[in-house]
Design a protein around this ligand. Structure first.
Ligand code: ATP
Ligand code: MG
Length: 388
């Protein structure tokens, strides 16, 4: 008898011919997340991945596994050989551990037999083990429709017995859907946007704009802290830090005050696009949500979009703030996001920003600026960090 952890892959199982590739990416990601804790072995057995290590470490390992995209659920299992008595004893042990000090009264045995050479069929196995459990635990009854607990029996090369399915995020292994560049501010939304796209398999890198010395070094540290929280899910990535102050000053000097925000947003996009193209990233990601603030009207978004050719992903576009906050809370970025540090956009905040900008008007205003020169200078002075 050996204790192992099983992980179930969701959509990956549907990926047909690519399945092997996705599984390998997933195993790599799992190893990255747990290697510093230590484990003995990782192996595949019909549709699941198994991890063998020191059972004392399993709670920590399970916590790390919850952050690996592509996993649907995680189960601590007892693994035994195909010997009826050994299986029965393991089933009793699993049930004892699950029901001790609990109010659980009903159960159902759920057997999955992938080894078709096993002499009994699934319903017979379930019935036999159900009988063993009823004999052993006086307080337990069977309820096949709405049991308090399931006792799962997977018959494969080995037999795996477990009662827990701990939910993970699902999604796709990071990096299997290409690469993106996240415009990361210090706010609540952009970290959630990055998380949401990483969950769909996009490898994430970050770009942040600051207005140092108008904004403090501490405010940049805060954004790096947010990036580090994201890296728990994505693994290490690049963090590009750009000083936008010169550009903001130029806009402030040469363009109508009410267009300050929208024009600086267009510069952010242009700079991000250039860096993305240079590094082979496939898309930009922002935390915009329709109607949330003055610059996020559909007209504002259209004018922002018009400054670049690269695809811009806005995973939060249709979400309400409360739902975004719920995710921020869950992924542990919220507490950092709400720390009160100034953002570069608030430095030159117009009193009455345009809410329905027109591309022609904005382009006209931008004629007063040497766009290429400003973009290139900002990139020349950028700092690049690695976030782990
Ligand atoms: P967030 O909560 O992500 O800051 P927000 O609701 O404050 O978003 P805006 O300030 O309009 O919205 O910003 C919209 C998006 O533009 C952000 O989600 C982010 O992707 C990007 N962005 C804004 N400011 C910056 C910045 N200083 N650096 C990098 N990206 C930024
Ligand atoms: Mg913001």
């Amino acid at each position: 008898m050996k204790r192992v952890i099983s992980v179930s892959m969701g959509e990956i199982a549907l990926k047909g011919l690519n399945r092997g590739y996705f599984e390998d990416r997933l195993i790599k990601q799992i190893i990255k997340n747990i290697k510093e804790i230590g484990y003995e072995k990782i192996y595949k057995e019909t549709g699941k991945i198994y991890i063998e290590g020191n059972p004392d470490d399993y709670p920590v390992i399970i916590n790390r596994l919850k952050k690996v995209f592509g996993l649907v659920y995680i189960s601590p299992c007892i693994r035994v050989d195909k010997d009826t008595e050994v299986i029965n004893n393991a089933a009793k042990l699993a049930m004892k551990e699950a029901t001790e000090n609990s109010s659980i009264q009903t159960f159902k045995v759920d057997t999955n037999r992938s080894d078709k050479n096993y002499p009994l069929k699934s319903p017979e196995i379930s019935r036999n083990i159900g009988g063993v459990i009823l004999d052993e635990f006086e307080k337990l009854k069977v309820d096949v429709h709405n049991p308090d607990i399931y006792l799962y029996i997977d018959i494969k090369e080995h037999v795996y017995i477990y009662t827990e399915r701990i939910k993970a995020y699902g999604g796709m292994p990071v990096g299997t859907s290409g690469k993106g560049l996240l415009l990361l501010s210090g706010g609540i939304d952009s970290p959630v946007a990055g998380f949401t796209m990483a969950k769909r398999g996009l490898a994430i890198n970050c770009i942040h704009f600051h207005s140092y010395p108008f904004t403090s070094e501490r405010s940049e540290e805060k954004v790096k802290d947010l990036a580090e929280i994201l890296a728990r899910y994505t693994g290490k990535f690049k963090f590009f830090s750009i000083n936008l102050l010169e550009i903001q000053k130029e806009i402030n000097k040469n363009c109508p005050e009410k267009e300050m925000t929208i024009i600086s947003r267009r510069f952010m996009m242009r700079i991000a696009e250039k860096i993305a193209n240079h590094n082979g990233y496939d898309a930009l990601i922002t935390g915009e949500s329709l109607g949330q603030v003055a610059s996020q009207t559909i007209q504002g978004i259209a004018v922002t979009n018009n400054s670049v050719d690269i695809p811009v992903l806005r995973p939060l576009i249709g979400m309400d703030k409360v739902d975004i906050i719920r995710i921020a809370d869950d992924i542990e970025t919220y507490e950092t996001s709400i720390l009160p540090f100034e953002d570069c956009c608030t430095v030159f905040l117009p009193k009455h920003p345009v809410t329905k900008p027109k591309v022609e008007d904005i382009k006209k205003s931008e004629e007063a600026l040497d766009i290429d020169e400003l973009v290139n200078n900002a990139i020349k002075n950028m700092k690049v960090y690695t976030i782990e």
